[in-house]
Design a protein around this ligand. Sequence first.
Ligand code: BG6
Length: 520
Amino acid sequence: MSWSYKNHLRTSSMSKAITNPLRIGLRQERVISPQCLVIFGASGDLTHRKLVPALFELFKQRRLPSEFAILGCARRPWSDEDFRQKMQNSLKEVIQEDPTTWEHFVQCLFYEPVDLQKQEDLVSLSKRLEEIDKIRATHNNRTFYLSVSPKFYAGGCKALSNAGLLKDPKRSRVVIEKPFGRDFRSAQNLNQIVQNCAKESQIFRIDHYLGKETVQNILVLRFANTIFEPIWNRNFISSVQITAAETVGVEDRAGYYESSGALRDMVQNHLTQMLAITAMEPPGHFDPEAIRNEKAKVLKSSRLANEIEPWKCCIRGQYAGGGSQSHPLIGYREEPGVSPNSSTETYVAMKVFIENWRWQGVPFYIRTGKRLAKRLSEVVLTFREAPVHLFDTAGGTPTSNQLILRIQPNEGAIFKFEVKSPGSGMKSRPVEMNFSYDQSFGEPSDEGYVRLLADAMLGDPTLFTRSDEVEAAWKLYTPLLQIIENNPRDLPIYPYESRTWGPEAADALLAKDHLLWRRP
Ligand code: BG6
């Protein structure tokens, strides 16, 4: 049995007892083929915090085939039993609620010590995979997940390819975590290396924001309704704000974060993907390549608002201490593992333009930061003001209509518009129409990794970034990365107090355009 994405669309009729099949028609189910998921970096944080919990959830929802195995690989000399024990600890709370599922799930877990730089380890890995194929009937189908330090992505792909583990494009795939490269050139080099080892159809570059239900909902909202698309352009929209605000600090990831910073950690990937989905043209059909073509096109048309003097359209910040007397918070430079003179940014705000027919002249403001006042990710589309203000406004200043797409938390959408303020006068005042996922569907959405792991194992690349998208995203920020590297004084780091909305300079960036950041 081999794979092809189309083969996974199995058609089945819905239950006759509850529906009329003639009216509802046929339903398509996506079925994951027998396979072994190999996780490199199995002793790492991502595996126990995100990947294994997501796999357990898929198992609980009966979306994994019975012929399935997870092979954890890392340098530590663990046994299968050690790995199972560690994963059991990570899943403690969910196992308490559902011990029976764990008893079945644990039988899928295996471990093999592997150093991707040692050829002999790849030989033993191949043997182990053959054994697992026999025990779990996984038919030589393999998804390799590189949850390792980015410096091992190229070497890891080469090692798998040299061991012959990627040679059958129908049976093997590689999932690569972010960051994919450090800048345009390194991303291009990495793409070349990876594409020498495997076909593009085998490569799944993951960005967990694309796994979020609400990010996908932007596509549905735009392309399943007729009311939004006609106004989704420069004629009606005056500006767009894209925010990913976090309350957490760097946590225990200083080693990685010091050489990354918010621009590489959040902007180049998560925020840029939100921008692409918000701004892309409608695809001809819901097909992975059609969607990715449109995303790549819009990214290739994106420019920093000031390419000649990029420092004028970007603000970098770094959190200082703050918090309350009872919960004081230390500043970034005091965090363990961070240099006391660190110039790594934990906050970025910038202005971008998309030079195409739809968006010419509409500023896209992007911001992200750690230790901000609230955890919140959202896309805010602000519509043009009414051409004539016929009514006084209750608050004194006229407000514009806004559509707020809430990515997290309180997933949903809000539409802000003006109504008559009650009373004898004719004053207008803004109100909100609110759609909440929780209230409408009554159950929380799956974590991004649940969706993305399932899609990777199905071979559905729609929600993964293609090589040209990643390169276009890096290219967009190249002028800024060059300044940070060569003339950092041109892009100074502004300190901001923890649990505030970032440096004042970021407010000034919008004030120049007579605008304010949204502060929910
Ligand atoms: C990760 C970043 O990709 O995304 C982290 O490396 C960040 O620094 C995280 O905290 C945010 O993800 P989420 O889903 O919590 O918004």
